[in-house]
Design a protein around this ligand. Sequence first.
Ligand SMILES: [Zn+2]
Length: 269
Amino acid sequence: VPELPEVETIARGLQVLVHKRIGTVDVRLPRVVQTPAGADFSRELRGARISAVQRRGKYAVFRLDSGRALVVSLRMTGRLVLSRTSEPESPVARVVFNLTDGTRLTFADVRTLGRVRLVEPGEAWDDALGIEPLSSGFTPQAFIGMLAGRTTPIKVLLLDQRRIAGIGNIYACEALWEARIRPTRAAESLTKPAMNRLHDAIVNVLNRAIAMRGTSVSDYVDANGAEGGFQNVLMVYGKAGMPCCRCGTPIVRTVIGRRGTWWCRTCQR
Ligand SMILES: [Zn+2]
């Protein structure tokens, strides 16, 4: 499932689209597109120029010169991949954007859980999303304030997109291991030094994963179809039974908040 580092890598790979103009749009599976009432997705986008490609949480955002935006949620198996309009189309293409210069952007999705949404200028589509963990506002103080009074298990809180946007299961597990914190701990029960360690671990893990172009453990590829590299340096995620790199104890998998969670019983306290 693409998390912040994967979507960031995709968005960076799609910077080549900035200033290009959309020609035709082919919607192969109408239920993946969401459009303002009364609007026709393909017709509304024809002729639109892409002014920026950004990321917000786990969403890719295409700003259009009309002030509208296309917001893409990749969910489980969604991909945004570039090609030429002359190349054969992906068999799981759901929406195909043909740019006027011969570039093609395909939203492909095996499981069809992803969505492509056209939002109006100023529409507050991301109001429910929390702080960006790589923004200057995500200070240790802000993080500590977020945990105060919260009895939620810290792992569950890290996955709550309304608090911090973009962290999913992989990076929550990895950050908690790096900070040596047990994933079941009530958020408010962490000591100040532990909260500081976790804050730094979140930022470090995300930055390292971006530097390695994301984690390809299942379907993720970047905008050019290439896999990431962070799956080769994971410490706990998916490592049940393997020795902890810090202490040698076998990594365990437990379920917390209905999500598989990998951690070390010895060095995560
Ligand atoms: Zn350990």
